[in-house]
Ligand binder design. Structure first.
Ligand SMILES: Cc1ncc(COP(=O)(O)O)c(C=O)c1O
Length: 391
């Protein structure tokens, strides 16, 4: 589908719909009249297949306890096998109400208090919150910033693991906010280090379906799957299909012993059943959602090009990280706005709500993350205003 056609068909005005992104601006930013390009959900309606399945359930009129049927596992397995060459056995799968919640539970299961957990910053901030909130020790290693293109510092990663006796690594793949889709080689090097030092891997692959530059390689498949037993994959349809409010995600644990350990934890701590709408919407997404994603990817990449090209032309001192994956773009404003004036510039002068760089790790003041999952008009307005306000 063409970009204009997709936007016409799926874009929705979300004010006054209990949207966190649009309706909590006053609470989160102290100002209600901002154009929200922050939290990662989309301003687009879900695919018709998802609408249909949910509508059918609504009309059925009973929302009692439920379970994932064979067709759920089949759809999930097909999706993972077809697009990521990672067939999923039903017995490997557990559910959670969200990837963030799953990470908390996995930290409780597989680490003890004061154990060290490593992350690569800048990274999705609930990773560091989860480590701190569970009383684990946070070990940050910065990615290397090569003029906006972020890469891994393997030496520092390994040294930090040795120095801090790290037990677990939280991998973000594709990586929010820097937009990288990790190569096979990068992941092979990372995981070889983890293996050498017996570090368990939680791989957050929630952005797996949004890649532009190269294909996403699941951590479980790296180096012909040699690390699979020590990789716990967490993914969901929530980001890709805009169903985060339905609170459902998959946890894939292929190793029997680790899975037993997780089940023991879950039996003592987690007593929620799956969300009926989340299950059904996820199944519908995985049955035949790729056409919808492909059309949406055109919209997202076009929005990225608007940001990149506008700044290249009118404010070349701004660095835009290349968008290999996700629908979030990391922008470096350090050469044009002083860090301590950033909030005033972005909110008061430009009227925007964004994620600020320092939320993703210490030292990233001066960066912002823009959410591209909206109509091009909003993105044009944002970049034009930024350039105008720079004067
Ligand atoms: C890397 C990453 N993980 C997890 C999440 C949130 O997942 P959930 O809503 O399932 O907790 C996000 C949301 O932006 C994300 O970017």
């Amino acid at each position: 589908m063409e970009i204009e056609e997709f936007v016409e068909k799926y874009y929705v005005e979300r004010q006054h719909t209990n949207s966190l992104k649009w309706d909590l601006l006053e609470e989160r930013f102290g100002q209600a009249d901002l154009l929200p390009l922050w939290v990662a959900d989309m301003d687009f309606k879900v695919s018709q297949a998802i609408t249909k399945i949910l509508k059918d359930r609504i009309l059925h009129g009973v929302y009692g306890y439920t379970f994932a049927g064979k067709s759920y596992y089949q759809a999930y397995n097909n999706w993972m096998e077809t697009y990521f060459s990672f067939p999923i056995k039903e017995e490997w799968v557990r559910f959670s109400t969200g990837v963030v919640q799953a990470i908390y539970h996995l930290l409780y299961t597989f680490t003890d208090e004061n154990d060290s957990v490593i992350i690569q910053t800048p990274v999705y901030y609930p990773f560091s919150d989860a480590v701190k909130d569970t009383n684990r020790r946070l070990v940050n290693v910065d990615l290397v910033n090569n003029d906006g293109y972020f890469t891994i510092d393997f030496e520092r990663f390994e040294q930090a693991i040795i120095d801090q006796s790290v037990k677990l690594y939280i991998h973000c793949s594709p990586h929010n906010p820097v937009g990288r889709v990790w190569t096979e080689e990068e992941q092979a090097n990372l995981f070889a280090i983890c293996q050498k030092h017996n570090v368990l891997i939680i791989s957050d692959e929630i952005h797996q379906d949004f890649t532009f530059e190269r294909e996403h390689i699941p951590a479980a498949n790296v180096s012909e799957g040699v690390h699979r037993p020590r990789v716990i994959t967490v993914n969901s349809a929530s980001k890709s299909f805009n169903i985060a409010g339905l609170t459902h995600c998959n946890i894939v644990i292929t190793d029997d012993e680790l899975r037993q350990k997780y089940d023991d934890f879950a039996n003592s701590m987690i007593k929620t059943e799956a969300n009926i709408m989340g299950l059904f919407a996820t199944e519908a997404a995985y049955v035949d959602g790729m056409d919808w994603i492909d059309s949406l990817k055109n919209v997202i990449f076009n929005n990225y090009e608007i940001v990149r090209d506008y700044f290249t032309k009118f404010a070349p001192e701004i660095t835009v990280s290349p968008l290999e994956g996700t629908y979030l773009v990391f922008v470096d404003l350090r050469k044009v706005v002083k860090s301590d004036e950033m909030v005033e510039f972005i909110q008061e002068k430009c009227g925007l709500a964004v994620d600020y760089g320092e939320w993703f790790g210490e030292g990233y003041e001066g960066f912002i993350r823009l959410n591209l999952a909206t109509k091009p008009e909003n993105i044009e307005k944002a970049v034009q205003t930024i350039v105008e306000q720079l004067g």
